[in-house]
Design a protein around this ligand. Structure first.
Ligand SMILES: C[S@@+](CC[C@H](N)C(=O)[O-])C[C@H]1O[C@@H](n2cnc3c(N)ncnc32)[C@H](O)[C@@H]1O
Length: 414
């Protein structure tokens, strides 16, 4: 690799798509040196004696009374049975459910330009049409009982599961309100070339029963759609890389999709349930829009991921980012070329504990920084690692790399 003609190291302002303001400098230790929320998360310590009064505390993995966020670790049927025992007449204003699609059965798909097996986890394997449908009816029946009389439920799915969900809703006497199509503008190609490219998912929106007077924030939706009635086809990209920096989930939904759902059908302070919480997207959207949230998830690693995302959504102080332009055109991938970021001054700073740290590399294609296009992003400990992990096609397009370092500090009580 040729040497850079000009080692143009300079601080730059926020780059479009990176959206982080350079602020006070932070230390540049390697990722491994930092305690992360993972290190501090102890499910058994997070268990609280009194719980929110609805469940045995043994299932409560996290609670945040200030924001009204509660995460339960466990099988959702069991979690919901316990909720029903305490609240037989309903508790939730809205439920969002993104259940197993039952599509991890040896098929192939395309991920990051490579052919991969569809295997999202044991939870996503089909148990046969009959048993899948029974399961759908069981969790839907519990959701129905947990909805307040005017409450509504949103369920997302592809053709693998959504017809069973719709039929179960009819069997249970839900009132179907809308079938929304979520259209993805950049779906992965269909490698078999024997089908149309799959580029949509379906959302069924239904009220608890035929007499429900459901909430629909019509005026807000109309305003959000340029003062025209909003249609039932919504276009959102799949979650962007910056929604996955705290960890990955194979079927993560974009936060923007959940925010649309909440803005359409809830009010501030409403109580929302997600029985298949995954990476906690519904919780993140609730936290950002001031809704209260109960989530259930059977995989502890996804509880931890949700927790990291909810913590990050909470911070309102102490995100400190310094952006350094490394070099123009000829990239010399030597870590030393990145200026070590000076240590943060302790004097005069509030007393904080660091809860999150990451170094993110943003690969740009641009004639000048103000005309930057983001071609790839990676969260890695070093520039070499980020470069090694980048697909070759992306490397060819890259003219600049921006390194962004982020720390989140929680204020200690004063
Ligand atoms: C389709 S994913 C949900 C993804 C989520 N919407 C997100 O944005 O990350 C379904 C999740 O439900 C969990 N799950 C599957 N069966 C479950 C069950 N019976 N009880 C609780 N969680 C379950 C899986 O571990 C998986 O994380």
């Amino acid at each position: 690799m040729p040497k850079p003609k000009a080692a143009a190291k300079q601080a730059v302002r926020a780059v479009p798509g990176v959206d982080k303001k350079p602020r006070r400098a932070v230390t540049s230790r390697s990722r491994a040196e930092y305690p992360t929320y993972d290190d501090r998360f102890r499910p058994e310590e997070a268990i609280v004696a009194e719980g929110p009064g609805v469940l045995q505390p043994s299932n409560l993995a996290y609670r945040d009374d200030a924001r009204g966020l509660y995460l339960y670790h466990g099988e959702c049927l069991e979690v919901m049975d316990r909720l029903i025992a305490k609240h037989p007449d309903g508790l939730f204003d809205v439920i969002f459910a993104d259940p197993p699609y039952f599509l991890s059965n040896g098929g192939i798909s395309c991920h990051a330009g490579k052919m991969v097996k569809v295997d999202k986890g044991a939870w996503d394997k089909s148990r046969g049409a009959e048993e899948n449908h029974n399961f759908n009816r069981e969790w839907l029946r519990r959701c129905q009982q947990l909805l307040k009389p005017n409450g509504t439920i949103w369920v997302s799915g592809t053709h693998h599961v959504i017809f069973s969900v719709g039929y179960a809703m009819q069997q249970l006497d839900f009132k179907l309100l809308n079938q929304v199509t979520w259209q993805k503008p950049n779906p992965p190609p269909n490698l078999a070339c024997r089908y149309f490219t799959h580029s949509t998912e379906t959302l069924l929106w239904a009220a608890k029963g035929p007499k429900s007077k459901h909430v629909f924030n019509y005026a807000d939706m109309r305003r959000a759609n340029g003062n025209k009635q909003m249609k039932d086809v919504w276009t959102f990209t799949a979650p962007k890389p910056d929604e996955k920096t705290l960890g990955k989930h194979p079927t993560q939904k974009p936060v923007a999709l959940l925010e649309r759902i909440l803005l359409a059908s809830t009010a501030r302070g409403d109580l929302v349930l997600d029985p298949f919480m995954g990476s906690g997207t519904t919780g993140v959207a609730c936290a950002s829009l001031g809704r209260r949230f109960f989530g259930a998830e059977c995989d502890i690693s996804y509880i931890q991921l949700s927790l990291r995302r909810l913590e990050a959504a909470a911070f309102n102080l102490g995100v400190e980012v310094r952006v350094t332009l490394l070099a123009t055109n000829d990239l010399e991938l030597i870590a030393e070329r990145i200026d070590p970021i000076p240590a943060m001054s302790i004097e005069g700073s509030p007393s904080t504990e660091r809860v999150f740290h990451e170094a993110k590399f943003v690969f740009l294609s641009c004639d000048s920084v103000s005309l930057a296009n983001v071609v790839h992003t990676a969260v890695d400990a070093s520039l070499e690692a980020a470069w090694a992990h980048a697909p070759d096609g992306k490397k060819r397009q890259t003219t600049h790399i921006v390194r962004c370092e982020t720390e989140i500090h929680r204020l200690k009580s004063h």
